[in-house]
Design a binder for this molecule. Structure first.
Ligand SMILES: C[S@@+](CC[C@H](N)C(=O)[O-])C[C@H]1O[C@@H](n2cnc3c(N)ncnc32)[C@H](O)[C@@H]1O
Length: 431
């Protein structure tokens, strides 16, 4: 690619804004180049300020003045949102219904561009031009049960502005649940800490995980009596109340999760995704299934109950504490066998004669080409892929299609209102 002259950071210009793009911005063009503009909406004319440009394919900008507003524009409920503000939420300035349409547009565009699907195929999947992501119960504010705050040199908690290592101190975050806000991380100072994580679980447990700069130890006396205080690190062991796990209720069961381990942050997401997986896979008694990247066993549990005592669900997870929790969470579900280790290695070492379904829920990077090929080589009738990054899903869709598996159904969930994040449940079947 030929390098063009980079626009200096801080340059302002008027731009006509086009469609929403992946990552929480919209696409505009200037002198034939793409400029991704945050805090704008499709159809708007804005004055934008360049925030980054290396003279290559595109530049980044933020709208500093709205010259012609979109009918979907609203006043952001959060006063820390906007140009130069908090980098946490991308869509505070848009009607929630417009954000959900935008999220479906992003998934459609990724599947067209990276996934190699045609418009006809997308329309057939219901991902038409005017499709919307599905809303979860609850509104766009007050939903986030897990927060990761950064702490500045003066001990004040806040968030990073977009693509910045700085800390913007804040005194409230409106997308956090009331229970998270009541722990009041933002109302205190945290000398010696680089960050503080907060969990307020669906079963009523409260935990903070402190992440010290150096050898600063957590001081439980600084926190409310009912909050478990854990020293940060890979897997904190110490807690005032002698435990480092919280309980979560989802999909009709109770789950133990490490306070700093993976669990969906929207209180309705775990159940919604589990229900969507089961509806797609439709497991029957006696069948055999895989739950890859199983975390604490959410999908393995639902599959295991359905396949019953004569069925089998092999669940694989590389994070030892999560795998240990999965074993404990599912000790009353005899079909489930949990293995600790990487998915690629497990698939290389284990041969399964007759497989009825594969469920996978990889991290943001996706499963990757090697794992996708390993899965298609097993010839399952259905591969159900839960994805938190539509670009990774699209790349893996192309590999699966190249190895005989066609995308046959797709659901898009707005599991992270106000932000650009999306969850998809996609099913692939032999073409
Ligand atoms: C998006 S989470 C899904 C967890 C679970 N399905 C749930 O819904 O709670 C992805 C999980 O994959 C695990 N993981 C990441 N890379 C892995 C790998 N190569 N092999 C196995 N597990 C992996 C992470 O530790 C994490 O628990």
């Amino acid at each position: 690619m030929t390098a063009t002259k980079a626009l200096p950071v801080g340059t302002t210009m008027e731009l006509d804004v086009g469609p929403i793009a992946h990552g929480g911005h919209c696409v505009a063009r200037h002198d034939g180049r793409v400029i991704f503009v945050r805090h704008s909406l499709p159809g708007e004319r804005v004055r934008a300020r360049i925030t980054s440009d290396n003279g290559k394919a595109f530049a980044l900008a933020e709208a500093v003045e709205i010259l012609t507003p979109s009918p979907d524009r609203v006043r952001p409920p959060c006063r820390f949102s906007g140009a130069g503000g908090c980098g946490g939420c991308d869509w505070q300035h848009a009607e929630p219904a417009a954000v959900r349409r935008g999220k479906a547009t992003v998934v459609r565009e990724q599947l067209l561009r990276l996934g190699g699907l045609s418009i006809g195929q997308l329309d057939k999947l219901g991902l038409t031009e005017d499709a919307s992501a599905e809303a979860l119960p609850g509104g766009p504010l007050g939903w986030r049960t897990r927060m990761r705050y950064a702490v500045d040199d003066e001990g004040r908690a806040g968030f990073h502005p977009h693509r910045s290592g700085k800390v913007l101190p804040i005194d409230d975050c409106l997308i956090a649940t009331d229970a998270v806000r009541a722990i009041d991380v933002l109302g205190r100072t945290h000398p010696g800490l680089a960050g503080v994580d907060v969990v307020a679980s669906s079963a009523g447990d409260r935990a903070v995980v402190v992440r010290p700069h150096a050898k600063v130890r957590a001081d439980p006396a600084r926190w409310p009596e009912e909050v478990a205080v854990l020293d940060g690190g890979a897997h904190p062991a110490a807690s005032r109340r002698g435990h480092n796990r919280v309980r979560e209720d989802a999909a009709g069961r109770r789950w133990l999760v490490h306070a700093d381990g993976f669990w969906q942050v929207h209180p309705a997401a775990a159940t919604a995704l589990s229900d969507a997986v089961i509806a797609e896979v439709d497991p029957r008694p006696g069948q055999t299934a895989l739950d890859l990247y199983c975390g604490v066993g959410l999908f393995a549990g639902a599959l295991g109950v359905q396949v019953g005592r004569y069925g089998k669900v092999f669940a694989v997870e590389s994070d030892r504490p999560a795998a240990d929790n999965a074993r404990r969470n599912l000790r009353d579900v005899p079909a489930v066998v949990v293995s600790t280790g990487g998915v690629g290695g497990w698939l290389r070492k284990n041969k399964i004669d007759k497989l009825d379904a594969v469920v996978l829920d990889p991290p943001r990077t996706g499963a990757g080409a090697t794992v996708c090929r390993q899965l298609t080589a097993l010839n399952p009738p259905v591969i159900c892929y839960v994805a938190c990054d539509p670009a990774a899903l699209a790349r893996d869709t192309r590999v699966l299609a190249g190895n005989g598996y066609e995308l046959t159904s797709l659901r898009v969930f707005d599991a992270f209102p106000m932000t650009h994040h999306i969850e998809c449940v996609a099913a692939f079947r032999p073409s």
